[in-house]
Design a protein around this ligand. Structure first.
Ligand SMILES: *Cc1c(COP(=O)(O)O)cnc(C)c1O
Length: 237
């Protein structure tokens, strides 16, 4: 089966990132594009690598491990692997073994403690974000803002996790403008936490996907997670 035009799609997404940044007077170089390769085979990753992409995102730790760590074809590439999906406790070990450059999706105290413990055992520190459910949709992972505030002292005390900011997934709406209030809410929550806990890094906002990354950038996203717009539609999840 022929691959989609991945290099061309990447080029186009980057141009749109730059335009969105320029609209609001931001430097496009301060925005990280994470190419989301879940469900796609290695050939898709290889095409993006060849086109200069280095940051890749996967949802499921087992899939990430198989594709990027175990795979002999992957070893010769300097991939920066991001874990962006919910991590079940029994998958924490494999998530840690992925040595992710950033875990976007710490969504409860239990998994934070588990990953902290694994990091300690491996004498590592994991860089991570806290996932917030700003919409309150029951199907979404992440903290309600109020419960995050309550648990934050315990989270920030975990010495083998280093937090850098927040992540969110707004409710799906085909109109990207519908996501704007949620992006604004995440930024405001971040600003508030940064005032309350100035000794920690709150610089990163991971928000925006294929259909709404431009709105996210206008509202302060520093990391966008883009799959479909680069690799085409997915089968499966
Ligand atoms: C799948 C996924 C993405 C990418 O979604 P697209 O709409 O294909 O760009 C981004 N973030 C998370 C958490 C995902 O699960």
């Amino acid at each position: 089966m022929a691959l989609p035009p991945i290099a061309e799609n990447l080029h186009h997404v980057k141009a749109r990132i730059a335009q969105a940044a320029q609209r609001v007077g931001r430097d496009p170089h301060t925005i990280t594009l994470v190419a989301v390769t879940k469900t796609h085979p290695w050939a898709y990753v290889a095409a993006a690598l060849t086109a200069g992409q280095v940051d890749f995102g996967e949802n499921r730790p087992e899939e990430a491990y198989a594709k990027f760590i175990e795979n002999p074809e992957a070893v010769s590439f300097p991939v920066r692997l991001h874990l962006i999906g919910p991590i079940q406790s029994r998958k924490a070990k494999i998530a840690a073994a992925c040595r992710p450059v950033l875990i976007h999706s710490i969504d409860r105290l239990k998994i934070a403690r588990k990953l902290n413990q694994l990091a300690e055992e491996q004498e590592m520190i994991f860089d991570a974000l806290l996932e917030v459910n700003v919409s309150g949709e029951p199907s979404k992972h992440g903290w309600a803002p109020e419960s995050l505030k309550q648990e934050l002292p315990q989270l920030l005390a975990l010495e083998h996790l280093r937090f850098h900011g927040l992540m969110t997934i707004p409710p799906y709406d085909p109109d990207p403008e519908a996501a704007r209030p949620y992006f604004v809410a995440l930024r405001k929550l971040r600003d508030q936490l940064a005032t309350e806990y100035p000794q920690h890094d709150w610089s990163q906002l991971s928000m925006g996907m294929s259909h709404d990354f431009e709105v996210a950038i206008e509202e302060g996203a520093t990391i966008v997670r883009v799959g479909t717009a680069i690799f085409g539609p997915r089968g499966g999840y």
